[in-house]
Ligand binder design. Structure first.
Ligand SMILES: *Cc1c(COP(=O)(O)O)cnc(C)c1O
Length: 397
């Protein structure tokens, strides 16, 4: 059984804050500051360029990839870390299309995160071979999979509502139609149990600054299924993915397996933060996390609905069809969220009208959920959101 008292003690949250936004930016694990400081002073400071060998910076993207792999059901040597998620989406989609060269359709849904859609639009335009991006409603994805589809590009958990796709079932349907699958695990990794190998996903990508708590701008990850590892051609063929970067050949030869999905010099300082953040997961069972997060979310939904009738549930009611977040709709959602944040209950707002709360049992318990609902009920019942200050939109919502 996972000891959530222990995991709570591993985080550094400010006093007076109930943090329900780990789905956007995970909080700081205590060990990260010390580790980053040590990396800078002992590794960079003392080992200088030798650190690439002596401190293992060069092999870090693979080594840390394996640590993430354990959280998403990926075997050793199939995950590598680097760049941002948007870039990893580009790489996965480009390689998927090359693996399925006779087809011209990419299928996605309108619950996908816009960056994934924008990246696909840009890539398909650059390829200039008559590709179409087909965007359907999430519930229509299954029916839209047919033998015209080259690749499906789906995010398992909807960033706005938390709605969960059935990764194994959609992958099976896609494969039976001859399509390659790309799964974005941005809101899955560290939130729910994931089994990329068991679900037979072809490619998977995700970020590490949400539920993996590695800090703003932390590097992303990419998984390539073992059967594609030596066939997937990397579109961003940078020197770090070359078979022999320090041979300085004039021609590109892809590195073996997942190595080829590296692009340029890895962000070593950010990797140190990620490595320390992943220590939190030692001794944590994803099934325990899932059970606890469903219980917290159910408590939250029950209490909010009982006390704040103005808020309409935007997430699936059935916990098994939802990721680790709960959203409610309200026309004044933005102002309501600002009023909550001013009172220490931190969630976020997603246009047009969703207020969103993430439940992460690693550092949130029943006490925090009940206290958060008290604040929400007060803000709603007494219209504490109804001020000019709370209506003013900030750059990041
Ligand atoms: C958070 C998120 C992103 C963000 O991409 P970055 O390149 O890390 O900014 C992309 N896709 C999905 C599905 C996300 O949830």
């Amino acid at each position: 059984m996972t000891d959530f008292k222990r995991t709570q003690s591993l985080f550094n949250l400010p006093d007076g804050v109930i943090y329900l936004d780990g789905n956007s930016l995970g909080p700081l694990p205590v060990a990260v500051s010390e580790r980053v400081h040590r990396m800078i002073s002992e590794e960079w400071g003392k080992q200088l360029i030798g650190g690439w060998n002596s401190a293992g910076w060069m092999v870090q993207p693979r080594r840390i990839g394996d640590r993430i792999g354990r959280l998403i059901g990926a075997p050793g040597g199939t995950v590598v870390v680097g760049d941002t998620l948007s870039i990893k989406v580009y790489q996965a989609l480009a390689s998927a299309l090359e693996l399925n060269p006779s087809r011209r359709m990419v299928l996605t849904d309108n619950g996908n995160f816009p960056s994934d859609l924008y990246i696909a639009e840009g890539l398909l335009r650059t390829l200039d071979r008559g590709y179409t991006l087909r965007v359907v409603a999430p519930d229509d994805v299954e029916a839209a999979i047919d033998d015209t589809i080259a690749a499906t590009m789906l995010t398992e958990v909807d960033y706005r509502t938390g709605r969960l796709h059935d990764m194994a079932a959609l992958t099976q349907k896609a494969h039976s139609a001859g399509a390659i699958t790309i799964w974005d695990l941005a809101h899955s990794a560290g939130a729910i149990p994931v089994d990329v190998l068991g679900a037979k996903a072809d490619f998977a990508v995700g970020c590490t600054y949400k539920y993996l708590n590695a800090g703003p701008g932390a590097p992303a990850f990419i998984y390539v299924a073992p059967q594609h590892a030596e066939n997937a051609r990397p579109a961003l063929s940078g020197w770090m993915g070359h078979q022999s970067p320090f041979a300085f050949d004039l021609d590109y030869r892809p590195g073996s397996g997942i190595e080829r999905m590296r692009v340029g010099t890895p962000p070593v300082i950010a990797m140190a933060a990620l490595d320390a953040a992943l220590d939190v997961w030692d001794g944590v069972s994803m099934n325990d996390v899932r059970q606890a997060s469903i219980a917290l979310a159910e408590l939250f939904i029950r209490e909010v609905e009982a006390r704040c009738q103005e808020l309409k549930l935007a997430s699936p009611r059935d916990g098994s069809k939802r990721g680790s977040q709960v959203s409610f709709r309200h026309d004044n959602g933005y102002a309501i969220m600002q009023a909550l944040i001013a009172r220490g209950v931190i969630g976020d707002f997603r246009a047009p009208d969703a207020i969103r709360f993430g439940f992460t049992p690693l550092y949130i318990g029943e006490t925090e959920v009940r206290a958060a609902v008290d604040v929400i009920a007060d803000v709603i019942a007494n219209r504490r959101w109804d001020t000019a200050e709370y209506r003013k939109r900030a750059l990041v919502t």
